[in-house]
Design a protein around this ligand. Structure first.
Ligand SMILES: [Zn+2]
Ligand SMILES: [Zn+2]
Length: 323
C-alpha cells in the first residue's frame, strides 16, 4: 500500500553518512509520489533513486527549520529546467510561501509550472483525492511543527469462483471472459453477467510521519487505526536530559514508549543527531528502542526503502542502494 524511501535521516546538519531530512512516499494508487520535508540537497538524493521529480504530486513541509526546508528552491528550479509543466502542491507553513516567493523574485527564477500553496494551518484535512487523504496534526517544537497522516484506500474485485461453481460453471474460458468484465452466453442458453460474479474488496492503510516534536503523545489521535509511525528520535533519553528543554526533540525512549502504548505494529525512527552516525551510536539508539517497544522496528538509513503491505506488514527492501 505504501513504499517509503528515506532521502535524509540526519538532524540539524548533514554528515558524511546521512543527509538532512526528507522522505519519499509512494502508494499503490499510481505513479505519483509525495515528499515529506525537503532538507538541503534533497534533489541530489533524488538523482540516485528511480523517482522522477516530474511524478512528484506534492511536498509537505512539517516546519520551517532549514534541515527540513532548505532543499526546496533548488529542487523547484531543477524541475523547471527539466521542463515540468504540471502544477506542484506545497503544503507548508505560510512563512515557507513568503520565503519561496522572495527567492523566486530575487533570483529571477521563473518556474515553468504553477505552485499550489496550501497553508498547513488552514484545516486538518490538507489534501484529498480519490483514494488518498492527507491530514495534519499539531506537534510541540520550538518552531510550529506538524505531523502528516497519509490514508490510502483502494477498491479491487476478484472473480466469485465459488458462486460460479455453485451455478455449475467450471473453470474454463467463461471465467476468463467474466474476469475481463465481459458477459458470457453459455451453450445452455443462460447468460452470465460479469457484474454478478464480482467480489469487491477494499484495502486500507494509514501511516503517520511526524515532524520535529518533543511530545509524541500529541499523535495519539493520528495514530489510531494507522499501521506505521515514522518519527524523529534525535538522541537517547540520557542525552535528552543532558540537553535540557531547549531543543524540543524526542528521545528514542519517548517515541518507543508512545508507540508501544498505542499498540502500533510498526515504527521507523529517523532524524538522528550527528553524534550517533556510527555503528556503536546506532546500536545504542536501537538498544534503547527495543527496551520499550516490541513491534516491528527499524532505524532508518539514507536510501532505505520500506514497504507496508495491505495486511499491515512492514518490510525493508534492498532495491535502492546508493552507488
Ligand atoms: Zn530537524
Ligand atoms: Zn526543527
Amino acid at each position: 500500500m505504501f513504499k517509503l524511501t528515506f532521502l535524509g535521516t540526519s538532524s540539524g546538519v548533514p554528515t558524511r553518512y546521512r543527509n538532512v531530512t526528507s522522505l519519499a512516499i509512494q502508494t499503490t494508487l499510481g505513479r505519483e509520489w509525495w515528499m515529506v520535508d525537503c532538507g538541503e540537497a534533497t534533489q541530489h538524493r533524488l538523482q540516485r533513486i528511480p523517482l522522477s521529480v516530474h511524478d512528484l504530486a506534492g511536498i509537505c513541509i512539517t516546519h520551517v527549520h532549514g534541515d527540513h526546508s532548505y532543499g526546496l528552491p533548488g529542487l523547484l528550479a531543477s524541475a523547471s529546467m527539466t521542463g515540468r509543466k504540471r502544477p506542484l502542491i506545497i503544503i507548508a507553513p505560510l512563512a515557507i510561501r513568503a520565503w519561496l516567493d522572495a527567492t523566486l523574485l530575487h533570483t529571477e527564477l521563473f518556474l515553468t509550472y504553477p505552485l499550489i500553496h496550501v497553508d498547513v494551518n488552514s484545516a486538518e484535512v490538507v489534501h484529498q483525492e480519490t483514494g488518498l487523504t492527507i491530514t495534519r496534526h499539531a506537534l510541540s517544537h520550538r518552531a510550529a511543527s506538524v505531523g502528516f497522516r497519509f490514508a490510502v484506500e483502494t477498491n479491487k474485485w476478484k472473480l466469485d469462483k465459488e458462486g460460479l461453481l455453485a451455478q455449475g460453471v467450471p473453470s474454463g474460458p467463461a471465467w476468463g471472459q467474466l474476469q475481463a468484465g465481459k458477459d458470457v452466453a453459455l451453450d445452455d442458453g443462460r447468460v452470465l453477467r460479469s457484474s454478478d460474479f464480482r467480489l469487491n474488496r477494499t484495502e486500507r492503510a494509514a501511516i503517520v510521519v511526524g515532524g520535529d516534536n518533543d511530545t509524541p503523545a500529541l499523535l495519539e489521535q493520528a495514530c489510531a487505526g494507522a499501521q506505521l509511525l515514522v518519527h524523529e528520535a534525535t538522541y537517547t533519553e540520557a542525552m535528552l536530559q543532558k540537553a535540557g528543554p531547549g531543543p524540543t526533540h524526542s528521545s528514542v525512549q519517548r517515541v518507543a514508549q508512545f508507540a508501544q502504548s498505542c499498540h502500533l505494529p510498526n515504527l521507523i525512527l529517523t532524524h538522528f543527531s550527528a553524534r550517533y552516525h556510527h555503528r556503536e551510536g546506532m546500536a545504542e539508539l536501537e538498544a534503547e528502542a527495543r527496551l520499550h517497544y516490541s513491534g516491528t522496528l527499524f532505524l532508518a538509513h539514507d536510501f532505505d526503502t520500506y514497504e507496508l503491505d495491505a495486511a499491515g506488514g512492514l518490510s525493508k527492501t534492498d532495491a535502492l542502494k546508493p552507488d
